[in-house]
Design a protein around this ligand. Structure first.
Ligand SMILES: C[S@@+](CC[C@H](N)C(=O)[O-])C[C@H]1O[C@@H](n2cnc3c(N)ncnc32)[C@H](O)[C@@H]1O
Length: 232
């Protein structure tokens, strides 16, 4: 492994993507609990044979859990990374009602509006220079009125003492879960260069501006916050 490469901003088509399934569980201890919870929440808006859009489906963890828990849902996964989507394709092989699209939402073929969507650990890689808002508006445009969107990102902290304590503990937790110290250090360099976190108030402002209502937090783990919301 070339340590210099680990310091480049996140590249899902190189080592970062290949090591993703291990890394995410080391740095996000509650990762696996998120998807059954998301399926339960989405079921408020997605009927038995409904359609769900997974934006940034990555290696397919969400899709795999949704396929198992709600076998009659019709699932569409979108991801810009060929490496991530190819791992996802292998994991979901044989699912009867799955569409995987390599690209962005802009290039996704027109379809009936979706009943629900997720964007989990995706938008924090997008700058808040109009691009986050455009991304959320694209998601909103794919949904029927009343559909539910589940959104989770790392957020910027307020810098309070409590927050600093949590950030220090995050390192300890990650190392205890098997992340090597040099990988923790290179991850911090990647975060500095390629993670565009904004505060939770700004996140909620962006959701409203993109046309979402009933915005409600349902999940928090260290600096990750999860929201559910309705397409208004
Ligand atoms: C950290 S992974 C999260 C994957 C999955 N949602 C999970 O929770 O494990 C982020 C994924 O978003 C993809 N991605 C980044 N920007 C995207 C965009 N604009 N549209 C679709 N996918 C995107 C990346 O290629 C990567 O696979």
């Amino acid at each position: 492994m070339n340590v210099a490469d680990w310091k480049k901003p996140f590249d899902f088509d190189s080592q970062y993507g290949m090591g993703y399934d291990f890394l995410i569980r080391a740095i996000m201890p509650d990762y696996d609990s998120l998807f059954p919870t998301s399926a339960g929440l989405l079921s408020e808006a997605v009927p038995e044979n409904g359609q769900v859009l997974v934006v940034g489906c990555g290696t397919g963890t969400e899709l795999e859990v949704f396929a198992r828990m709600r076998p009659n849902w019709s699932l569409t996964g979108v991801d810009t990374s060929p490496t991530m989507i190819s791992t996802c394709r292998e994991k979901l092989a044989g699912h009867p009602d799955l569409c995987l699209h390599e690209g962005t939402l802009e290039t996704l073929a027109e379809s009936n509006p979706f009943d629900g969507s997720t964007s989990i650990l995706v938008m924090h890689f997008i700058k808040d220079d109009g691009s986050k808002l455009a991304f959320l508006r694209q998601i909103r445009s794919k949904l029927r009125i009343g559909a539910m969107h589940i959104h989770l990102d790392a957020v910027a902290g307020p810098g309070t003492r409590g927050w600093q304590t949590m950030m220090r503990a995050w390192k300890r937790i990650s190392l205890e879960r098997g992340l090597p110290l040099d990988r923790w250090e290179s991850l911090q360099a990647q975060i500095d260069a390629g993670l565009f976190r904004v505060g939770d108030a700004r996140m909620e402002e962006l959701f409203r501006e993109a046309g979402f209502t009933d915005i409600q937090r349902f999940w928090m783990s260290i600096h990750h916050i999860g929201w559910l919301m309705t397409a208004g």
